[in-house]
Design a protein around this ligand. Structure first.
Ligand SMILES: C[S@@+](CC[C@H](N)C(=O)[O-])C[C@H]1O[C@@H](n2cnc3c(N)ncnc32)[C@H](O)[C@@H]1O
Length: 441
């Protein structure tokens, strides 16, 4: 196919650059910057837009940098390694503002800016890999493709995860095991700098192979495997410290304790990707929650207690629900780790919807309700919130379009946006995390 020269107008949600073709069609082009003139080749045509690939950057922007990772041109894991970090933050904020304005009509709300990540690289303490069925290579998918890019390291991962990535594919035990492995999850236990491995596997593995892998990799804390059922099997070895769970240190300003305390999370249980940013996020949530000692909090996606535990220190207590029974087990263990048994903090395995219906049945109301849903947002819950969240709502989101859609509904229901802040949980990618405080008008 012939190439064309275009000028990139702006970056859009998803990370691509947007350009207009001579016939008026829109082209989405990866790994470019606004203002750049680029020679492109069309890869795929859709109704009124095309996907293109950059063939040559004719006038590189000043904000362009050499990508720190050699896999970047092919790997679909990152979208913005070609952009200097301060400029990534500018583009994130711009796209976030545009999304809220376009989808929620929130053109004028005060956004406090983007909190940068102290580590633009090496921040990801957990990664989930595809496993190549023929070679056993670990990798991520190519951009816009189902093909695997085999990786021996990842610039975003912790050094501990990189140790496993560089050694595992060559181990004879892995060569025997990998044809049965569907996915591999590596999670760093930050307290000790060790890694917990979780395998999703089609058949019961040979224990000898797991032992061989464990012994070849001193950086491993434990191995777990998941064949079927609600819980994985492990830890291997049985005597792994703390039953193989990951431990995350929490400083006294957040935990309220004199000694260092930890959050625990079993392998595979959700933990925010970038721990330093997570701690800043918790601090911000505590600051804007406006809790007083007599109030109670309802956390509808509580995970292992990430927000509810630190918030409960400012309140009388709270209730947290999550559909993941392992997260709730961790949350209850974290109550003990933090010495909060005397507090009124309760965790239950419930869906957010079940929890809201239960509140309606019992006539329970809360001055503060916290939402931190998965990527798709929580549109289905919103109709019940005006009856239960009698004063404030805190909405933590990793998906600006879903957030904008939900905010539009909440505003119609009589909530006002009081403040918004973006956190760079995912440097080198277009993704952003944000927190919104809403109050009943
Ligand atoms: C983005 S994570 C946030 C977890 C926690 N707030 C944190 O910061 O670690 C979303 C959580 O929602 C849970 N979840 C998914 N669907 C749910 C539902 N329908 N009801 C309640 N929790 C749900 C997941 O298990 C996950 O723990």
């Amino acid at each position: 196919m012939n190439s064309l020269c275009v000028t990139i107008e702006k970056l859009v949600y998803g990370g691509d650059g947007l350009a207009r073709l001579p016939d008026g069609q829109i082209a989405f082009v990866p790994q470019v910057l606004p203002g750049e003139q680029v020679r492109i080749q069309i890869v795929q045509k859709f109704g009124d837009y095309v996907w293109a690939r950059p063939v040559e950057i004719l006038s590189p922007a000043q904000k362009r940098q050499e990508p720190p990772c050699s896999y970047y041109p092919a790997c679909g894991g990152c979208q913005w390694q070609h952009i200097a970090y301060p400029a990534q933050l500018e583009f994130k904020l711009q796209i976030f503002k545009e999304t809220l304005s376009r989808l929620a009509g929130l053109g004028t709300v005060p956004i406090e800016g983007v909190h940068p990540s102290p580590r633009p690289l090496g921040y990801r303490h957990r990664l989930q890999f595809h496993v190549h069925s023929a070679t056993g290579a670990l990798g991520f998918l190519k951009r816009r493709s189902h093909d695997l890019v085999p990786l021996r390291s990842c610039a975003l991962a912790t050094p501990e995860i990189n140790q496993v990535m560089s050694v595992l594919p060559d181990l004879p035990a892995w060569k025997r095991l990998h044809p049965y492995v569907k996915r591999l999850n590596l999670g760093t236990s930050l307290a000790e700098g060790l890694v917990t491995m979780l395998l999703w596997i089609k058949v019961e593995p040979r224990k000898e192979d797991l032992w061989e892998i464990f012994e070849a990799l001193p950086v491993l804390k434990a191995i777990f495997y998941w064949v079927r059922g609600r819980f994985p099997i492990g830890p291997i070895p049985e005597e792994a410290p703390d039953n193989g769970v990951r431990l995350f240190p929490v400083p006294p300003n957040i935990s309220g304790q004199k000694e260092e305390v930890f959050f625990q999370a079993a392998p595979g249980v959700f933990v925010q990707n970038n721990w330093e940013i997570n701690l800043s996020l918790i601090e911000y949530v505590r600051k804007i929650a406006g809790l007083s000692p007599g109030e109670e909090v309802l956390d509808l996606h509580c995970g292992m207690g990430n927000f509810l535990l630190p918030l409960s220190l400012l309140a009388r207590g709270g209730k947290g629900v999550d559909t993941d029974p392992r997260a709730i087990k961790d949350a209850r263990a974290n109550v003990e780790r933090w010495g909060l048994e005397g507090k009124q903090v309760h965790f239950e395995v419930f869906s957010a919807m079940e929890a809201l219906l239960e509140c309606l049945k019992l006539g329970e109301v809360y001055p503060l309700v916290l939402l931190d849903p998965p990527r798709g947002g929580c549109k289905e819950l919103l109709r019940f919130l005006p009856d239960i969240a009698i004063d404030r709502l805190l909405y933590v989101s990793c998906d600006p379009p879903a957030l904008a859609r939900d905010l539009k509904i909440l505003i119609k229901q009589g909530f006002c946006v009081e403040c918004i802040k973006v956190f760079d949980m995912f440097p080198q990618t277009y993704h952003s995390e944000s927190v919104v405080l809403l109050r009943r008008a």
